[in-house]
Design a protein around this ligand. Sequence first.
Ligand code: RB5
Length: 154
Amino acid sequence: MKLAIGNDHVAVEMKMEIKAYLEAKGIEVLDVGTNSTERFNYPISGYKVAKLVADGQVDGGVLICGTGVGISLAANKVKGIRACVCSEPYSAKLSKQHNNSNIVAFGARVIGVETAKMIVDEWLNAEYEGGRHQVRIDMISEIENTGKLTAAED
Ligand code: RB5
């Protein structure tokens, strides 16, 4: 398995710990984030990880900024990306099972590193369930591809 990881300046330490945690599991980690605490604009890392995921160069992505919000918003602007911000493991698991998330995001100012590890574990171990969930994912894709949603038209 190969994952991409990205972060901004407030999440350098957590990125390093999560990267090492993943590598210790035998996962190859492509780090496109910053290693400096100098101010760094999170959309750069969000975009880089999202592109790698969308282009199929990695199997998934992990994004970390202060809250996980900004960096996931940037990633979600890349076509085909479903980046989910999670502050606890249950949402991380369900984001894969129901929403087929291909990037998990969290905030270094919101959660501690042990919770981050649990989030990553649940997300990695979960599998997309398809079935009824695919109808909803297809709707999200329709909005993304056409700017409209047929099912919402009167
Ligand atoms: C940086 O100050 C902060 O805005 C960023 O890390 C993130 O929380 C944005 O969503």
